[in-house]
Design a protein around this ligand. Structure first.
Ligand code: ADP
Ligand code: ZN
Length: 216
């Protein structure tokens, strides 16, 4: 089954997608992570997108759509996937609909206050997909990933100025997709305000039903 995880920066898309990937055995495809790996490895793609990502802007649709097209063509994506961070614009949503349409869009609803709080204390693993928060979800050992033991770091785009830009990009370019998916009948609103464990507990029930063919 094909799920899109949708929501503001800090809504919990990445955290929930990591849980759902382990639970349902579907590949977690995060455009943000693919871009960050490319920047880390200084590939041609990484060099092209570094400045715009660190400033909190959006990568162009051309680059992003091509990247997703290649990723979803890999063999592991044939049974389904969990998309995290794509689509983020209307042209991206239309491209996905033409390429391999989503079954469901999990829309993680969170207040602005919660988004700011989560992003301002976020720490990410330098090696795997796990993320933490200095007060809301601290790792067992400060500065070290529970899952893989690698050092944690602050993403360049989690600094204040970039966070402001990401929220503007979200409101102007990404939030309108809610109407698009509501019209397609694939939107599944989920309350994302609580802590990670309780949001996941509720989401797991919802996703299990959807996987069994029930309607939301
Ligand atoms: P978050 O959801 O916390 O903002 P992501 O890891 O999903 O973070 O994305 C980080 C950055 O990567 C975005 O701010 C943007 O610059 C770029 N990016 C990721 N996905 C897309 C996309 N679908 N279209 C354009 N840019 C993207
Ligand atoms: Zn890790």
């Amino acid at each position: 089954m094909r799920f899109v995880f949708f929501g503001a920066p800090g809504a919990g898309k990445g955290t929930m997608a990591v849980e759902a990937s382990a639970e349902f055995g579907l590949p977690h495809v995060s455009t943000g992570e693919i871009f960050r790996a490319a920047i880390r490895d200084a590939t041609p793609l990484g060099l092209r997108v570094k400045a715009v990502i660190e400033a909190g802007g959006l990568v162009t649709d051309d680059i992003t759509i091509q990247l997703i097209q290649e990723r979803l063509a890999l063999p592991d994506a044939s049974r389904g996937w969990l998309l995290d961070g794509f689509p983020r614009t209307l042209p991206q949503a239309r491209a996905l609909a033409g390429l391999c349409p989503e079954d469901w869009v999990i829309d993680l609803e969170v207040s602005d206050a919660r988004v700011i709080q989560r992003l301002s204390g976020r720490r990410n693993c330098s090696k795997c997909s796990h993320s933490y928060h200095v007060t809301l979800k601290p790792p067992l050992v400060e500065g070290v990933c529970d899952a893989c033991g690698s050092p944690l770091y602050v993403r360049d785009d989690d600094r204040e100025e970039s966070v402001r830009n990401r929220l503007v990009a979200y409101r102007t370019q990404t939030a309108p997709l809610v109407d698009y998916y509501r019209t397609r009948g694939t939107l599944v609103p989920v309350d994302g305000e609580g802590d990670a464990a309780s949001v996941w507990a509720a989401l797991k029930v919802i996703m299990t039903r959807l996987m069994e063919g029930e309607r939301p």
